[in-house]
Structures are given as C-alpha cells and as structure tokens.
Design a protein around this ligand. Sequence first.
Ligand code: SAH
Length: 238
Amino acid sequence: MELLIAGARKLGYELSQRQLEQFSVYYRELVDWNRRFNLTAITDYEGVQIRHFLDSLTVTLVLGPLTGTSFWAIDVGTGAGFPGVPLKIILPGIRLTLLEATAKKADFLRHVTGMLGIHDVQIITGRAEEVAHLSEYREKFHVVLSRAVAPLPVLVELTLPFCAIGGCFIAQKSGNVDQESEHVSGAIRILGGSLREVKRIELEELGKDRYLFIIDKILPTPPRYPRRPGMPAKRPIT
Ligand code: SAH
C-alpha cells in the first residue's frame, strides 16, 4: 500500500495500521469478487491504490471543518464503493449511506463492509430517481458524493434532491469540464443549487485531468424532481 500511503500523506492523512489493513482487505475482496462478477475494470494493485482508493480520498480536499464531525453523507451510484467506502475508512465518524441500483454490487458492499468491520453503513439497493422521493432520504444529507455515474446535467437531478439546504454535492469529474459546467448551470438553478467551485486536483499520481465540482444546496428542490427512472438521462434538464 506504499502508493496509497504516500498519496494520502499529500492529502494530509497518515494512515494507521488498522486503516492499511482495511484497504488491503478491500483490495483482496474486490479482486476476488471481480472474478465472478464485473465490479471494476481496474484490478492491478497499483491501479486500485491510485485510481480507486486515492482518487476517492480527494473529496476530503473540500470537506474542510466537516472532516472532524459525524456528518451525514450519501454516495449515489457507488458501484463497488467509490468514493464512499475509502472515505469511511479514513473518516470513521461519518454516517454513510451507499446507494446502488445493481443488486449484485450492493451484495458486494454488504459483504465487504462486514469484512472491514464497518457495520454502521447503510446500504440501499435502488435507483436515485425513486429513493430521492422517500422522506427519510430527501434533503437529509450534508454531503452528497458521486463518481462516474452520469454527465453532470443528468447527475445533478439524481443527487441534489438528497442534499440538505446548507449542504453540498461534490461530483468527481474528468475531461472537458468547461463544457460540462456551461451546460449544467440551468439545471443546478432549477434544482435549488449554486455552483461554488470547480476545483482541479493537484496530485501528480492522478494526472492533470481530475476535478471536483462543488455545488451548494441553497433552496429546496421542487417536488417533481427527480423525474421517473430513466427520464433524467433521456431528457436532461436544460
Ligand atoms: N461510483 C463508482 C461506480 C461508477 S459506475 C465508481 O466510481 O467506481 C456507475 C454506477 O452507478 C453503477 O454501479 C450503476 O449501477 C450505478 N447507477 C447508475 N445509475 C443509477 C441510479 N439512477 N441510481 C442508483 N445507482 C445508479
């Protein structure tokens, strides 16, 4: 885990022995389950340390004083647990909900969080379009996270409804972010958000192409959003 240790240090985190063991178990189980069921295309030891674990930890760059608190966070479309599970390993106090549409991936999440000894994580199998209308999840989270789920204009409809007013949505993105931010401003406003910053990640391990979109939730999301499953992707809000 040398690459992860060095990278995490640059983000200001000294990983403890227990955290290193947790990341090792996570790696082992990910690769093991991946033989039977497709969870990720990245399975080499270096790749997972950098492009899954370290990349997930970059969201800490914008958490600020929240990192010392037990804030509520949800990871929408978490897949095999990114970025939510690595974040929970280094910030054990957070109250984390993992939302994933594919039942098999949710099975993996239940298995691996048990193996890691982190039982106080809520795992929901479901689609954001439906779960975001349930009162126990709607506008309840201080921080909403999401990586590699959909283009931003689609993604904001799936994520901002979960965000409490005063909280924020952090989207991990790469590629042509200027174009993405141009096309998303209308949707952000309609959903009650306000774009605070597009932050470039300055970590050579991850290349020059990683960004965090930080969107503050300033007003309630109108009740009709998100629209029914599939609609956000089919007809993104313009
Ligand atoms: N965040 C992970 C997984 C990205 S793949 C990572 O960065 O590695 C996208 C994941 O989002 C898939 O596992 C898919 O099942 C899930 N997903 C896509 N649309 C979704 C939706 N509407 N609601 C919940 N999960 C969704």
